[in-house]
Design a protein around this ligand. Structure first.
Ligand SMILES: C[S@@+](CC[C@H](N)C(=O)[O-])C[C@H]1O[C@@H](n2cnc3c(N)ncnc32)[C@H](O)[C@@H]1O
Ligand SMILES: *[C@@H]1O[C@H](CO)[C@@H](O)[C@H](O)[C@H]1NC(C)=O
Ligand SMILES: *[C@@H]1O[C@H](CO)[C@@H](O)[C@H](O)[C@H]1NC(C)=O
Length: 431
């Protein structure tokens, strides 16, 4: 399969406006020094006059070098997965990113979610056949497998009385919510009604969903929630799940949700620092006092070297040049707070960025990032850097389990969209 078909997922352009290319650059599998290594091997074997023992030793060493460099640099992106392992020390360990690691947001009292990795595995087994029956097979610019599973799993666990989604596109996520809760009402906000897509191909319109779409579209932040919730018989806001896949500044959405009193939020695209088209929770919480947070723009640093290496293998990894903007601004995206599919891009100071994280911490009861469903040697995804994601549900090497769960039956392209979907439980700031 071609790189381009695998790379097509994350929109940054608003998918309703454009069918344009993904923002992320396609990185070529490097083929540096295959030739020079072959040459080295040849010249080594040419030294026939030298002691036999030495020759054997030299040949052995060059052979090792050649085979290593071959596997590391001369193969297709997929063949090189094995070499990625050897290059980075035998696995895709988070610790491979050295001082960087995986950032997270602190919650007020350090609470975490109820579900365990065992629950996630059980969920996966159940979800694979459901996903295989999805109406929209090609959901480029929308959710792939990982996030579909995450949304389904969390919604089913929380068992809300009302589900709200912002950002429907063709309706795949509406369908996922419906699979999780067959009888629960949905409210869907999206500038373009999913039914519009039916003319061109598969789309999903739900029979028990109130659409604020098309001419009835209202932005989440402008909705008068009280009468709507009343109409749906909702008296406890703890009974509502809100799902955001609308590429808006997540700080803005968080404040709006808090004001309305919502408590369970799921954000689809929780982009890592230096990437994405809107300011995300993960970006906000990326601070020097968080392990894996805070960055250096110093070109001679360990971080710069690690980033450069990682970028060769993972399309979404960013090096120091991409990470840092004017004045060594690394926070957000090069010191900017992006919003609305990057239609707005506002420079913020470090002090402002820092205040944002303090605010977020003051309202968080739980912050939980969905892990990728399976390690990259199993899914063959080449986009997100596993060193910046939590450990996968099905770890690398567990091929039998991967197959048993039915994950091997899915097209590999559905595993390319992982962007750290996050679940938040929030409440008013404690004074
Ligand atoms: C990435 S797509 C959503 C994909 C969808 N959730 C899925 O799973 O297939 C983003 C959607 O957000 C919509 N959108 C743009 N601005 C929005 C806004 N202010 N509020 C809600 N949705 C918005 C876009 O029109 C687009 O349909
Ligand atoms: C809507 O939900 C009700 C109650 O669960 C159900 O009886 C009805 O069939 C649903 N309607 C559609 C169109 O799905
Ligand atoms: C985002 O917006 C800024 C400012 O308009 C622009 O310089 C940048 O190239 C945009 N990035 C993407 C990926 O669209």
């Amino acid at each position: 399969m071609q790189e381009s078909t695998l790379s097509v997922r994350r929109p940054p352009p608003n998918p309703d406006e454009s069918a344009g290319d993904d923002e992320s650059k396609t990185k070529k599998g490097s083929s540096f020094n295959c030739l020079s290594m072959h040459a080295a091997a040849r010249s080594a074997s040419g030294g026939a006059a030298v002691l036999l023992l030495l020759l054997v030793a030299v040949l052995l060493v060059s052979f090792l070098l050649v085979s290593r460099s071959r596997s590391a640099s001369c193969s297709s992106p997929f063949d090189s997965l094995g070499s990625r392992m050897s290059l980075f020390g035998g696995a895709y360990l988070a610790s491979d990113f050295g001082s960087l690691g995986v950032p997270w947001c602190r919650s007020k009292f350090g609470k975490t979610v109820e579900w365990t990795s065992k629950d996630l595995l059980k969920g996966l087994e159940e979800f694979v056949p459901i996903y295989e029956a999805r109406p929209i097979k090609n959901n480029v610019y929308g959710m792939g497998f990982d996030h579909s599973f995450g949304l389904w799993f969390m919604t089913r666990w929380i068992k809300p009385d009302l589900m709200i989604e912002s950002g429907a596109f063709k309706g795949h996520s509406t369908w996922v919510l419906r699979q999780a809760m067959p009888e629960t009402p949905i409210i869907s906000l999206s500038p373009r009604h999913p039914e519009k897509y039916l003319k061109k191909g598969p789309a999903y319109v739900d029979g028990n969903c109130t659409y604020f779409a098309g001419k009835d579209f209202v932005d989440f932040g402008s909705v008068k929630w009280e009468p709507i919730l009343k109409k749906h018989g909702i008296s406890y806001l703890s009974r509502v799940v809100v799902f955001f896949d609308d590429h808006q500044n997540e700080l803005k959405r968080l404040k709006q949700a808090l004001k309305a009193g919502f408590q369970h939020l799921i954000f689809e695209d929780n982009y890592d620092t230096g990437t994405g088209d809107h300011y995300s929770l993960r970006q906000i919480c990326d601070q020097v006092y968080i392990r894996g947070g805070g960055h250096s723009c110093f070109k001679d640093s360990d971080e710069a070297r690690i980033r450069m290496k990682r970028k060769k293998f993972w399309e979404k990894a960013v090096d120091i040049d991409e990470l840092c903007g004017k004045g060594e601004a690394w926070w957000g995206v090069r010191g900017h707070m992006r919003d609305d599919f990057n239609h707005s891009n506002k420079a913020i100071s470090y002090a402002e960025h820092f205040q944002n994280s303090r605010f977020v911490e003051s309202v968080l009861d739980v912050y939980w990032e969905l892990p990728p469903v399976a390690g990259p040697s199993l899914t063959h995804q080449t986009r997100y850097d596993p060193a910046r994601a939590s450990d996968p549900i099905v770890e690398d090497g567990r091929y039998g389990l991967f197959q048993r769960l039915g994950l091997g039956r899915l097209e590999t392209s559905v595993f390319n969209g992982y962007t750290q979907m996050v679940y938040l439980r929030i409440s008013a700031p404690t004074a």
